[in-house]
Design a binder for this molecule. Structure first.
Ligand SMILES: [Zn+2]
Length: 434
């Protein structure tokens, strides 16, 4: 009895000690410093391919260095750099039955090369049915692997213009897709209902652009081949249309809050010095424009070595379950959530399954790439995505955040990950997507 009594006392003492440590390591001052810097106007909204995101990367690198992380195996620095190619339209010319079509009535998709010429030898003319919905027909066209001139009724002008806005922006493609001979070009023409003869030329500029994740690690003591990943995306939308004189989308919640959590967790585990598994901390780039950073990261390692991924997205405001709660996407796809919840027993914090199943959040963040490869990779969030009026607006800034919510969520993640970090729990795998 006595022995057990003393053991219990010792156990309680060490629990208390780690609880003290966590409050000393993950302080309000520290998280404030991280999130204020990442969401400052100086970073210009951290859009991928801009000087603003470069500044954010430099800041995260300096924090990793201060904490004492190491670069990933095989890397010399914390930057994990890779290239993409931007294809920007330079000129467009479409003639139908001898008549030049006005630029505002032309929308082009699928150009990945410096110049394209379409004529009857390589292209067919089709027409959208004005009696059927636009969006479904538009999607079908995009999936047709053929060059097409698509005639669109004036009745669809509103939707046409909205889609045209999107597709007129430069597109980002992989090297293998530049000059890809199999990529089909679709030319949508508004306000024409018949055509027999046509010719079209498109000239674009293709530019190589570097992107970079920022990643560091703490090698595991006894199970160093088993990896646990903590992540958040540090890119955001950059500069948008001005609202009340503000045009910088600071992305304080999305996802400076998650990036802050990832850095604070690195600081915490580095101080604990008790991780049996190797811990990787990564700030992903280009989440907002297609998840390119997470995809590149997943190609640089063997997904079978990743035991779990904690991706953190938007923890800046109370969740719909109230104070001291957060939700986990894809909760039922592995027992990751149950393990986390078990480790929080006796605390005031609880994790819940994602309440926004219709929003498809599991596949909308950077966990999706590794999850598709079989990793129990989940996103932890507190965002009320259905009613969050600041989401993807210039108002997503520091002043709209509840820093206490961020602090309590980070500490809950730190505690809930303990048994995965020390190698005693291994979440079940998610079935691989074929
Ligand atoms: Zn996000």
């Amino acid at each position: 009895m006595k022995k057990i009594f003393f053991l219990t006392l010792a156990g309680m003492a060490s629990l208390q000690l780690s609880a003290q440590n966590i409050d000393k390591i993950i302080t309000r001052e520290y998280t404030d410093h991280l999130i204020k810097t990442l969401s400052s106007d100086e970073m210009q909204g951290r859009a991928t391919f801009t000087p603003g995101i470069d500044k954010a990367a430099t800041f995260i690198e300096s924090e990793f260095k201060k904490i004492g992380l190491q670069p990933l195996t095989g890397e010399k620095t914390f930057r994990q750099t890779f290239n993409k190619y931007q294809v920007a339209n330079q000129s467009t010319s479409v003639k139908i039955d001898g008549q030049e079509i006005a630029l505002e009535n032309i929308m082009v998709t699928g150009v990945t090369t410096e110049s394209v010429t379409l004529d009857k030898s390589n292209t067919t003319i089709v027409k959208l049915d004005p009696e059927k919905p636009f969006v479904a027909q538009f999607r079908t066209m995009l999936n047709t692997n053929k060059n097409q001139i698509v005639l669109v009724d004036n009745k669809f002008a509103d939707l046409f213009n909205r889609y045209k806005d999107h597709f007129s922006k430069p597109t980002t493609v992989d090297e293998k897709d530049v000059n890809a001979t199999n990529s089909a070009v679709q030319v949508f023409i508004l306000g024409k209902d018949a055509a027999t003869d046509f010719s079209a030329t498109f000239k674009s500029k293709v530019t190589q652009m570097p992107l970079f994740n920022v990643a560091g690690m703490i090698p595991g003591k006894s199970k160093s081949k088993e990896l646990v990943v903590f992540s958040g995306h540090y890119d955001h939308l950059g500069v948008m249309k001005s609202v009340e004189g503000d045009s910088i989308a600071n992305g304080a919640d999305d996802d400076a809050s998650g990036t802050t959590a990832m850095i604070a967790l690195a600081k915490y585990y580095k101080a604990q010095k008790n991780n049996e598994r190797t811990l990787i901390f990564v700030a992903f780039t280009a989440e907002e424009i297609g998840g390119f950073g997470a995809r590149y990261f997943s190609e640089k390692l063997n997904p079978d070595d990743v035991v779990a991924m904690f991706n953190i997205e938007m923890i800046g405001k109370d969740s719909k379950f109230g104070k001291n709660t957060a939700f986990i996407t894809g909760y039922d796809k592995s027992d990751f959530g149950k393990i986390l919840q078990k480790n929080l027993a006796g605390t005031e914090f609880t994790f819940h399954p994602d309440p926004y199943i219709k929003e498809n959040l599991f596949y909308r963040s950077d966990n999706a790439t590794l999850a598709a490869l079989g990793v129990p990779a989940h996103t932890i969030s507190t965002d009320q995505i259905d009613v969050d009026k600041f989401y993807h607006t210039v108002k997503d800034e520091y002043s709209t955040l509840d820093v206490e919510n961020i602090l309590s969520t980070i500490k809950a993640i730190a505690k809930s990950a303990t048994s995965i970090v020390n190698g005693t729990d291994t979440p079940t795998r998610i079935p691989k997507l074929k």
